[in-house]
Ligand binder design. Structure first.
Ligand code: SAM
Length: 251
């Protein structure tokens, strides 16, 4: 079976969707989707030769080669416009995910794509920002824990009224924080508009772990003698305070 993270990603793929998994590495996800009958066919895209060859050999051995195409290429270059209904990009930084989507959109590769399932390892705000700017409705957000790490999984849909739905979703007035509306919207982009509306143990766990990282960074800065150390440390402390306030106001 799939790991907890990959299985949460697979859950958000609409049944029956033809899928492209970009940066597929081992191609575990497309192999599972097709074997389980959730997807009729899939494309596994990968830039590196090693994983590409290993995946192709496994797909062949599993008898899935007629339904899973393993292709070498950068981002969405591996799919033709209209070829898939759903694109998955998982296990990379948010900046890279946004740049793959941006280049793919410019090349028409998102035409006909109805669903994006994205799992940034860091920089989730950059992915949410891209979706919002490009008129993709952020429909679902999940957090999963695997091996002591927290992962956010975002699913976005192309809907006629995406902008209106997003406007309501990113209305931050539910956050009882004494901060300007613009600042609160940034917090929604950073921490997730659905995740903050449905706070649970996983959200608390993820942000406890982020606060620990920030505290560590602040101690590192304290020990450095770079000229802007004081300013940088102040920024980190501000951030710790802000995140603490958000978590407290959700109680
Ligand atoms: N998606 C899998 C998962 O979530 O388990 C694998 C994640 S792995 C950490 C990231 C993969 O993305 C690597 O195999 C890397 O080679 C690939 N990758 C990075 N940039 C890429 C790009 N521009 N186009 C296609 N693949 C890329």
């Amino acid at each position: 079976g799939l790991s907890r993270r990959l299985s949460a990603i697979a859950d958000l793929v609409p049944p029956g969707a033809r899928v492209a998994d970009i940066g597929s590495d081992h191609a575990l996800l497309p192999a599972w989707l097709v074997s389980a009958g959730k997807s009729p066919c899939a494309v596994a895209g990968e830039v590196r030769d090693g994983p590409l060859k290993a995946s192709a050999a496994r797909i062949e051995a599993d008898g899935l080669a007629d339904r899973v195409a393993v292709r070498k290429g950068d981002g969405l270059a591996v799919v033709a416009p209209g070829e898939v209904d759903c694109v998955v990009i998982a296990g990379m930084g948010g900046a890279l995910i946004a740049s793959i989507l941006e280049a793919g959109a410019a090349a028409g590769k998102l035409e006909g794509v109805r669903t994006l399932v994205l799992q940034p390892n860091v920089g989730e705000d950059l992915v949410r920002r891209w979706l919002l700017d490009k008129g993709w409705y952020l429909a679902v957000e999940r957090i999963v824990e695997e091996d002591g790490r927290w992962y956010e999984i975002l699913a976005a849909q192309r809907l006629p009224d995406a902008d209106g739905l997003n406007a309501a979703l990113y209305d931050a007035s539910f956050l009882k924080l004494d901060r300007p509306a613009e600042r609160k919207k940034e917090l929604l982009l950073r921490m997730g508009p659905w995740l903050l509306r449905q706070p649970d143990e996983r959200l608390a766990g993820k942000w406890r772990s982020e606060l620990e990282k920030l505290a560590f960074i602040s101690r590192q800065i304290e020990r450095s003698d770079s000229p802007d150390a004081a300013r940088r440390r102040q920024e980190v402390l501000e951030e710790i305070k802000l995140i603490g306030e958000v978590m407290a106001c959700l109680q």
